[in-house]
Design a protein around this ligand. Structure first.
Ligand code: URA
Length: 233
């Protein structure tokens, strides 16, 4: 078993390195799509993806790691396709999400569903989750200690799914993953490199509900995403 873990870890490291080199235009190594696909298959056969997401959910358990545990109704882990090519990441559950245990099912979620459909995908084809898994009281912004406690679970989810693209929604998720404080207005509109994954920050759907004039910017971001997504098919 220890041997299997060591092989899996080596395969993962080779995959991540080649993926990173390929994403940065490196031509000095054999990092073609075929090689990446082979490595991805090896890794998956050593450790099926669905089990990894389930393991992460299992580890989270009835989480009491931060103060949000006392006021939440449900942990909102995330949902969608475990092998999605594209992952959407919001900040944290709101009222509806807390009630139902599912991400983005309230008013902002309905807008997100429309955005996903506008790029010719369905919610079942992508994965949707948040930086923090429990609702902050009164929908306040998550606090730094709450983000710090919950972020490792999101990082593990991303590693398990291994998407080609991440679309972060709003300031909190972009800043948490990229570990910077740049305002969302300056982060959006271009791809960032997140360990070889193309990460595109855009405005949060809840912000669009309050500022419909920003929908044009999000549509431009989505067109950029759609173009790259189709190119990688
Ligand atoms: N806003 C978020 O950031 N996430 C949700 O799941 C719902 C609303």
């Amino acid at each position: 078993m220890a041997n299997k873990q060591a092989i899996l870890s080596a395969v993962d490291q080779i995959y991540d390195t080649l993926h990173y080199l390929a994403a940065n235009g490196c031509r000095g190594f054999e990092c073609s799509r075929q090689s990446l696909a082979t490595l991805s298959r090896w890794s998956q056969s050593l450790s099926p993806l669905a089990e990894i997401l389930e393991d992460i959910r299992f580890d989270l358990g009835d989480c009491q790691r931060c103060k949000l545990a006392s006021s939440r109704k449900h942990i909102v882990f995330g949902e969608g396709y475990a092998r999605a090519k594209l992952v959407f990441i919001g900040e944290g559950p709101g009222f509806e999400e807390d009630q139902r245990g599912q991400p983005f099912v309230g008013a902002a979620g309905q807008l997100l569903t429309k955005i996903i459909e506008a790029i010719k995908l369905t919610r079942d084809q992508v994965y949707i989750c948040n930086v923090i898994k429990c609702r902050p009281p009164g929908n306040r912004d998550p606090e730094p200690d709450e983000i710090e406690t919950c972020l490792p679970f999101l990082e593990r989810q991303i590693r398990a799914i291994r998407p080609d693209f991440i679309c972060t929604l709003g300031r909190i998720s972009a800043q948490a993953l990229l570990k910077i404080n740049t305002p969302i207005s300056r982060l959006r509109g271009r791809f960032h490199n997140y360990y070889g994954i193309k990460l595109l920050p855009t405005y949060h759907p809840a912000y669009l509900l309050r500022n419909p004039n920003k929908k044009r910017d999000v549509w431009n971001d989505m067109q950029m995403l759609m173009k790259e997504y189709r190119y990688e098919d």
